[in-house]
Design a protein around this ligand. Structure first.
Ligand code: C2E
Ligand code: MG
Ligand code: MG
Length: 394
């Protein structure tokens, strides 16, 4: 038996631009066509929205692609709804019984993961559930379960990496980097556990914990006589979209007694992806409250430059993938040079991430980059080590 999960591509756009009645009529028309492809013993149902699920008896891995292709073909035939000629495509995920799941829930979850792969590969296609997806979803579940108790069991620590002025070598900021060490799983990289925390919603309590502790640390360093520095905290898109974020930030700053100008939120280009107008409104709110914002990993997302000029950010963090090869790769040199020049014209500052060699530093200085962060200067440190390091630099 094979289970297929079908999701129409960009169906929302049709609802949005032509209205729900056109969307409804289109679904009815497509459902009729889908039935025609199937045999008497097959089952198709609409899960909701533009998602359909197919149960195909006696269809194995060899046959499944033919069926999937037939389904995709009938969907792609032009559709006349009212006065509109519509061209729709779909993406299909395929899961096989019993290998990819022995109950309906597991099977449809597997097919759903495979469908996402098909979307990712450019839509209008099908994709099988693979062993690799299986391993990934099992690992995801393990991480989510372990993450639930990570804070209360004291497994989370924050490291702080100095951010240094290129001009005079002064430490002007610190980036808070979350570190998780689990008794069985060992040390798990944030690039792995942050996505699981985001998907499960656990990023909200974890992110709040990071904000509170990093802000408290900045305050405590100042009280201990360190020169004031800006504490940069990475903010997930999920946190950024939470309606209470501006209030939460203000509340924590008040409770910990830190002025907002000493907090910087590192946002990724992804924050503006779904709803740029809303993102701009949130940034305006945070800006009004005096909090600084920067764009992390700049150059790796798909920032629209027309949005960038409306973002209330004061700094771009040039992604380490461009910095890595600036000593040898003329294209990366060109990209980094162009980012710095563009930032200057827009009145933004720049910081280069992942600076490891003096060669990189020299190039960045020539180009007029304002700040740097990286192993060349200092790796991320625990709070006490950071304090000691900062004192040794004055
Ligand atoms: P990021 O914000 O771009 O952080 C910089 C990463 O580069 C850190 O990795 C840091 O340890 C590493 N790094 C610093 N200097 C160098 C260098 O000279 N060379 C190289 N190769 N790497 C360097 P880390 O700690 O593994 O963090 C990875 C990512 O996880 C971060 O990238 C950030 O996106 C995310 N992250 C970390 N902490 C948090 C957090 O509290 N909340 C959220 N939402 N994301 C976090
Ligand atoms: Mg960062
Ligand atoms: Mg970065």
């Amino acid at each position: 038996m094979t289970l297929m999960f079908l999701d129409l591509d960009h169906f929302k756009d049709i609802n949005y631009t032509l209205g729900h009645s056109v969307g409804d009529a289109l679904l009815v028309e497509l459902a009729k066509r889908l039935r025609l492809v199937l045999r008497e013993e097959d089952m198709v149902s609409r899960l909701g929205g533009d998602e359909f699920i197919f149960l195909l008896y006696g269809v194995d891995a060899q046959e499944a692609p033919h069926v999937a292709q037939k389904l995709l073909d009938v969907i792609a035939e032009p559709c006349q709804i009212e006065q509109y000629d519509l061209n729709v495509t779909g993406s299909i995920g395929i899961a096989l019984y019993p290998g990819d799941g022995v109950d309906l829930e597991t099977l449809s979850k597997s097919a759903d993961s495979a469908m996402y792969r098909a979307k990712h590969e450019g839509r209008h296609g099908y994709s099988f559930f693979t062993a690799e997806m299986q391993i990934r979803s099992a690992r995801h579940l393990t991480l989510v379960n372990a993450l639930r108790q990570a804070i209360e069991r004291d497994q989370m620590q924050i490291y702080y990496q100095p951010q240094v002025s290129v001009r005079d070598g002064r430490i002007v900021g610190a980036e808070a980097l979350l570190h998780w060490s689990h008794p069985v799983l060992g040390s798990v990289s944030p690039t792995e556990f942050i996505p699981s925390a985001e998907e499960s919603g656990l990023i909200l309590p974890i992110g709040e914990w990071v904000l509170r502790h990093a802000i408290r640390q900045a305050k405590s360093w100042m009280q201990n006589g360190l020169a004031p520095l800006v504490m940069a905290v990475n903010l997930s898109v999920v946190q950024f979209r939470h309606p209470d974020l501006p209030n939460l930030i203000t509340r924590i700053l008040d409770e910990e007694g830190l002025l907002p100008e000493y907090l910087e939120l590192e946002l990724t280009e992804g924050v503006a992806m779904h709803d740029p107008q809303k993102a701009i409104a949130v940034m305006n709110k945070l800006h009004e409250r005096g909090v600084r914002m920067s764009i992390d990993d700049f150059g790796t997302g798909f920032s629209s430059l027309s949005h960038l000029k409306k973002f209330k950010v004061y700094k771009l963090k040039i992604d380490q993938s461009f910095v890595r090869d600036i000593s040898s790769d003329p294209e990366d040199r060109a990209i980094v040079g162009a980012i710095i020049n563009m930032a200057k014209s827009l009145g933004l500052q720049t910081i280069a991430e992942g600076v490891e060699t003096v060669g990189q530093l020299t190039f960045l200085r020539e180009q007029g980059c304002d700040e740097l962060q990286g192993y060349y200067y200092c790796k991320p440190l625990l709070a006490d080590q950071f304090e000691e390091f900062a004192r040794s630099k004055v």
